[in-house]
Design a protein around this ligand. Structure first.
Ligand SMILES: Nc1ncnc2c1ncn2[C@@H]1O[C@H](COP(=O)(O)OP(=O)(O)OP(=O)(O)O)[C@@H](O)[C@H]1O
Length: 294
């Protein structure tokens, strides 16, 4: 769109347009292009954690521009340095995201991001559901983090836990969460048919919700608020109830068969890229993206 607009501007009969109109036209195009670019960047970023950082960065840029326009020299100096410092920090923190973004830019793939085959298979869902059913019946607390289509990395967690690389099975999951197991505290991380690690500490959500959520449930919300390509299953130690967190939403209480149904649905949607949000959902998503979540 930017290239197209610049191309169109180039074809305008500039000598026939008065210089004042030219200046106004260019200013208008300038503002529209900046807004379009900002919208595109915010739309392309699916990852909430990345989105928050980029949103903060964009805010700094706007603040620096505003302060320059108001000729607040010292503030402009401070803000400009903050922008440069943040740009360097973002480049380091978001190395892989920037690489993916540039690849997408090169391929012209902005919207309709390419979906990678989900690593969460129906077989893995069956094994997890069998374990969760047993844990729920025994009222054994559990927190199970399942990767969907893109790999998580240890930096996504507050503490990456103990590496296991063990074959996924209901017996393994239930034995990890027994209170006398040294690995029962924290979450387990499941990728495909493998338990990658146990004893993970996940980032906590600030929200408590209408149910006065405890830390296990807030940890499930926290990780799925920040990262959209994972789901988190919670079994409450207190009540045995089953919950599923996805993109910062908690569905509860669920039966084990409903859990299986929802997980299979996510596998299919992520694999085929078929989840088409409604217009209302899309506008809500946009406003959530621009505005703070709470
Ligand atoms: N940040 C975290 N990351 C991973 N696991 C956590 C985290 N915080 C707490 N937990 C797990 O949750 C357990 C404490 O659960 P707590 O009772 O506070 O939460 P809850 O949501 O009320 O769950 P429950 O209904 O099972 O009591 C801890 O023993 C630990 O295993």
């Amino acid at each position: 769109m930017i290239v197209l607009t610049l191309g169109l501007l180039g074809t305008l009969p500039w000598p026939l347009v008065s210089s004042e109109t030219q200046t106004r036209l260019k200013m208008l195009v300038d503002v529209v292009l900046v807004l379009a670019l900002t919208y595109t960047i915010l739309r392309v970023i699916a990852e909430r954690r990345t989105l928050w950082m980029v949103r903060g960065f964009i805010f700094l840029i706007f603040a620096a521009s505003l302060s320059r326009a108001l000729e607040l020299n010292f503030l402009t100096f401070v803000l400009n340095n903050l922008v440069v410092g943040s740009a360097v920090a973002l480049a380091v923190i978001l190395q892989s995201e920037i690489r993916i973004f540039l690849e997408q830019l090169g391929r012209g793939q902005f919207f309709g991001q390419p979906r990678v085959e989900s690593t969460l298979t129906n077989d893995a869902v069956d094994l997890v559901v069998a374990a969760v059913k047993e844990l729920s019946q025994d009222r054994t607390g559990a927190l199970i983090l399942l990767e969907t289509h893109t790999q998580l990395s240890p930096q996504d967690f507050t503490h990456a836990g103990i590496p296991l690389q063990a074959r996924l099975s209901p017996e393994l999951i239930t034995s990890i969460f027994q209170v006398n197991s040294p690995l029962h505290d924290g979450a387990i991380w499941v990728r495909g048919s493998e338990v990658v690690a146990a004893k993970l500490i996940l980032p906590l959500s600030e929200r408590t919700g209408p149910w006065q959520l405890g830390t296990r449930h807030r940890a499930a919300l926290g990780i799925t608020e920040r990262i959209s390509h994972c789901v988190c299953v919670v079994v409450s130690e207190e009540t045995g109830s089953i919950s599923l967190a996805f993109k910062g939403d908690l569905q509860r209480p669920l039966t084990s068969s409903k859990l299986g149904e929802l997980l299979r649905q996510y596998v299919q949607e992520e694999t085929a890229g078929t989840s088409k949000p409604s217009q209302r959902h899309r506008s809500l998503k946009f406003w959530k993206m621009v505005w703070p979540l709470r």
